[in-house]
Design a protein around this ligand. Structure first.
Ligand code: AMP
Length: 463
């Protein structure tokens, strides 16, 4: 049997892993750890839940430990980029836990938290810095951080970074780190755009892949309930009478939708909280903690807020709304099958969501079994082809398929009943920062993006 020791992980890290209760490396860890320890670049096709954080954190800690030196003022030796604050915080926690006997320093920086405290943490230099791209660039522009001492660069959840419009920030960051470095790149999916991005960051990388995205679904017991939109809340309350639903993550498509569901749950006496991009960082952290510790049985989340959330023992994922991008379904239900455990996922499907269900079933190559309840509509027959929302030319109104838009680094477009999640200024790290013309904008002040003055025509320039 492969052990962490046989992979070459050093003693103080082994001691920390024993304290964490990790008996054996997961498949991604078995594959990735030796490659990273050899100093090679790596592309990992893996999603959260497979143990990928430790797959890069353990060998990085080992390398830093074996070659100890001071990072230098306002510098870091390892830079880990993550798309959301929650994920960044979790990765930081993992580095601290696995490295607790090493005495290496770790800092985490993301938007929505005190810039001042982060500057203090960066001032003396750190061994490991975990950051969201927007806040990282804020620190660079305010000269509280420089990247010329980076030895190892990690890009985590690259597909999610692109979905969120971070491509321009990533390109800027890539120019600021030394060309001579080790780079590790993780993504749950590897369409052409992600592979392109990977090729810009990596030199002659080795590749590892575990659990292709559609197969996570195999571990989760799934069901779909056909129900009218107007009956979804009643259905949710009825389901929650079942006490085997001990800890459930409920997904709503929009932030307002999530708030509405929580309000109604609370007035019906259920212990529920919401987590989405309109909540302050403090509210998000508190809601997540209450859920993790089991004080709140239900956490109602939007897609973006929930990505990367690592909570053990989520007994159920409930899709109050079905996602319009099939891969999101796989990510959502993967929240309940962490580290090899099983779980249940129940999806509500309104008549106008049946096209999404068909796309999902195609992606996971399974038919989701129908669950009958008192609120159920009759299930659609195989030949019941509920039309997709159509535009005037017989196409989808947004003109491009969501996958195609994402392939171009754009956010998936909204459908008629899918109000887009606009990004408030305090949640800048969680969203696409573009002006009305679609140009990426970024301001140093932390204030909402301002529209830049129009450039003068070429001939009118100085000189
Ligand atoms: P990740 O894919 O990094 O989000 O990890 C998913 C979960 O698996 C986390 O809760 C980790 O603490 C846990 N985990 C990671 N590696 C191992 C391991 N080798 N043995 C047991 N649990 C693990």
């Amino acid at each position: 049997m492969t052990t962490f020791e046989s992979l070459g992980v050093s003693a103080p890290i082994l001691k920390a892993l024993a304290a964490e209760g990790y008996n054996a490396p997961t498949p991604i860890q078995q594959q990735a750890i030796p490659i990273v320890l050899r100093g090679r670049d790596l592309v990992g096709l893996a999603q959260t839940g497979t143990g990928k954080t430790a797959a890069f954190a353990l060998p990085i800690l080992d390398l830093l430990h074996k070659n100890r030196k001071h990072a230098g003022e306002k510098s870091c030796r390892t830079l880990v980029l993550a798309p959301t604050r929650e994920l960044a915080a979790q990765i930081g926690d993992s580095f601290r836990a696995y490295g607790r006997f090493l005495g290496l320093s770790t800092a985490v920086v993301f938007g929505g938290a005190s810039m001042f405290k982060q500057k203090q943490a960066l001032y003396r230099g750190v061994d490991v810095l975990v950051a969201t791209p927007g806040r990282l660039l804020d620190h660079i522009s305010q000269r509280s951080l420089k990247l010329d001492a980076v030895e190892i660069l990690v890009l985590d959840e690259a597909d999610h970074m692109l979905d969120m419009g971070f491509i321009h920030d990533l390109r800027k960051i890539a120019k600021l780190v030394p060309a001579k470095r080790q780079s590790l790149f993780f993504s749950a999916t590897m369409p052409e755009t992600i592979a392109d991005l990977a090729s810009q960051f990596l030199t002659d990388p080795e590749r590892v892949a575990v659990t292709p995205v559609s197969s996570t679904a195999e571990r989760v017991e799934q069901a779909v309930i056909h129900v009218d939109n107007a009956k979804k809340q009643d259905l949710l309350h009825a389901l929650l009478k079942d006490e085997t639903i001990s800890r459930a993550l409920v997904f709503a498509r929009t932030k307002h939708g999530a708030d509405r569901v929580v309000r109604k749950l609370q007035s019906a006496g259920f212990n529920a909280d919401a987590i989405h991009g309109n909540k302050s960082q403090g509210q998000r952290t508190r809601a997540l903690e209450a859920f993790k510790k089991g004080y709140a049985r239900l956490l109602v989340a939007t897609e973006i807020a929930a990505r990367g959330i690592d909570v053990d023992e989520v007994s159920h994922v409930i899709n109050y709304d079905l996602p319009n991008v099939p891969e999101q379904y796989v990510h959502r239900i993967g929240r309940t099958a962490r580290a090899g455990l099983g779980g249940r996922a129940i999806s509500f499907c309104a008549p106008d969501e049946r096209a999404y269900l068909r796309d999902i079933e195609k992606t996971i190559k399974q038919t989701v079994p129908v669950m009958e309840t008192d609120y159920s509509l009759s299930a659609p027959r195989a030949d019941d082809r509920t039309p997709r929302p159509k535009g005037p030319a017989g196409r989808k109104p947004q003109g491009q398929r969501p996958q195609q838009r994402r392939a171009e680094g754009k956010k998936p477009a909204a459908n008629a009943h899918d109000k887009p999640q606009r990004t408030p200024s305090h949640a800048r790290d969680e969203g696409d920062r573009r002006d009305r013309k679609g140009n990426s904008v970024w301001s140093n002040s932390g204030a909402p993006p301002k529209y830049r003055k129009q450039r003068k025509p070429e001939g009118a320039k100085r000189g």
